[in-house]
Design a protein around this ligand. Sequence first.
Ligand code: GUN
Length: 291
Amino acid sequence: MTLLDGKKTSADIKEEIALEVSELKRREQKTPHLAAVIVGNDGASLTYVNAKVKACERVGFESTLIRLPENTTEDDLLNEINILNIDKDVDGFIVQLPLPKHIDEQKILMAVDPDKDVDGFHPTNVGKMALNLPTFISATPSGILELLDRYNVETSGKNVVVLGRSHIVGSPMSILLSQKRKVGNATVTLCHSRTKNLAEITKTADIIVAALGIPEFLKADMVKDNVTVIDVGITRVADSNKKSGFRLVGDVDFEGVSKKAAFITPVPGGVGPMTIAMLLKNTLLACSRKF
Ligand code: GUN
């Protein structure tokens, strides 16, 4: 079994980005600038956003964190987005999800200038992605493609099963892996909460991407030998033995499934760090306008 080490791979990518940043600074006197907007005080979201901002500093980007209170109105947030859209100093920005219930997420995502949409969530960019045109590919699916690529996991002609149809992971992942691209050309089955005989389907998979948000959902008896497993789940489960009071649990029963797997991502240290590295890559792309 080979561990797909996202922590190490993302460190490699960040080193490559840092080199490109110093080149960009020297050649064009440009410094990539990522801004992140977060509404409210959700602990997990704050942790993720802070990790993104810290990663910017590490690779030599400028970063701006905009923290807005939980009771921010939709209009206030739209106003903030407009300011970022016209700010020539900001190359790309993200609005951390989920947003408070009183704000229409789709309306917010549609207000972001597609040229600054480094999360790749704007319908224009989702459409381009679906048509296999150059654009910002959202960070989690693109991080998974990058991880498979760097570990030389063959996807062409393989049976891939994606668990979960979220707009952020499951849906784009199923599209990308079925496309004619370097890491792609797979036969993809997208499973969700209404899927019947799920274990029968997962047992046919050469590669499984688990993105349902149900801790330890995928068990050893649901997979075949030598499967490749990508665990996108990251749920906080109370654990009094931990200083933080919780531990992070993926969608895969790692203990059992890893015994049958050829390749598997750990949680934490798998997909999570890759997501941050790919967000930085998209920001670099936005700054150098390379597509
Ligand atoms: N919430 C969970 N994942 C993401 C992500 O990739 N981007 C943003 N903006 N919010 C998220």
